[in-house]
Design a protein around this ligand. Structure first.
Ligand SMILES: N[C@@H](CCC(=O)N[C@@H](CS)C(=O)NCC(=O)O)C(=O)O
Length: 282
């Protein structure tokens, strides 16, 4: 192993946040030890894990015994400690623009994909849980905001307001991404592949596996071309697509396809609202 002695990653294979960190580790050529936290068995709420990660979420990086939490911050931490190859621009103005992408993910796209994924497939899985398991899931770590979101999506599926908010968050992000990539840029920040590409990658991939991606990107050729490049990136293949088995991909495809029509309709509702708001502002 290069650099410091011991990197352990507490993760779950198909967790979007963990995928970001694994791609970063792969871009850096680092070795790490994987420690699975099975989210379906609610291992994230085990007191031993909560001592590392008080929110009870994956991932957690443990570096020589010290936990580092929050996936975006973990990616930046890895870039600080293992600077070669760099995954952030050095000019402060570029760095701050890159971090706007991370904020877009952390403040909108992440909650959004959780709601969409829940409405499509975890909802089905939760129907198979016992009442006690479900109650434990709602209790999570005592975070009422998380309970409200998960309960609402469990009860109302795509009709939940959380899914509508998610649809709007993806619309806004893809509109900006298309403008960013439209002039032939290879990557989000220009010629160099950065953490901006990494933080977006798992969210694009999840929409793609759910067969929902082209609801937003069908008429956005810059985003579509970037996605084609991203899929071929060795870190993506090794740590994201290459780790998903047909047994994992099949249900994502199937459950996603079942909500596709309604997601597209709700996006159209949002586009109409957006057009009205823009007309007001004109
Ligand atoms: N802001 C956190 C979010 C982490 C997060 O929500 N992880 C999800 C998986 S992608 C999780 O562990 N969920 C378990 C739960 O909500 O009980 C980060 O970026 O690390």
């Amino acid at each position: 192993m290069r650099g410091e002695r011991m990197l352990e990653l507490y993760d779950f294979n198909n967790s979007v946040c963990a995928q970001k960190v694994r791609m970063t580790l792969a871009e850096k050529g680092l070795d790490w030890t994987e420690r699975e936290v099975d989210l379906f068995k609610l291992e994230q709420y085990d007191p031993k894990y909560l001592a590392f990660n008080p929110k009870g979420v994956v991932p957690t990086l443990v570096h020589d015994g010290t936990p580092v939490i929050e996936s975006t911050l973990i990616c930046e931490y890895l870039d600080d400690v293992f600077p070669d190859p760099p995954l952030r621009p050095s000019a402060p103005v570029e760095l701050s623009a890159m971090r706007v992408w991370s904020k877009t993910v952390d403040e909108g796209l992440h909650a959004g994909i959780t709601a969409i994924s829940f409405s499509a497939m975890f909802r089905e899985r939760m129907r198979g849980m016992t009442d006690e398991q479900r109650a434990k899931r709602w209790r999570n770590i005592g975070d009422p905001a998380r309970s409200d979101r998960d309960r609402s999506v469990y009860e109302h599926g795509v009709e939940s307001p959380y899914v509508y908010n998610a649809i709007a968050a993806y619309e806004s992000a893809f509109e900006k991404l298309e403008k960013t990539l439209a002039h032939g840029r290879s990557w989000v920040m220009g010629d160099a592949f950065t953490i901006a590409d990494i933080v977006l990658a798992p969210y694009m991939a999840r929409l793609d596996y759910l067969t929902l991606r082209d609801v937003w990107t069908g008429e956005r050729p810059g985003v579509a071309a970037w996605w084609e490049r991203l899929k071929e990136r060795p870190s993506f293949r090794a740590q994201l697509s290459g780790r998903l088995t047909p047994e994992m991909i099949g249900p994502m495809n199937r459950f996603g396809a079942a909500i596709r029509g309604r997601v597209a309709e709700r996006r159209n509702e949002h586009l109409a609202e957006l057009a009205a708001a823009r007309a007001d502002a004109a």
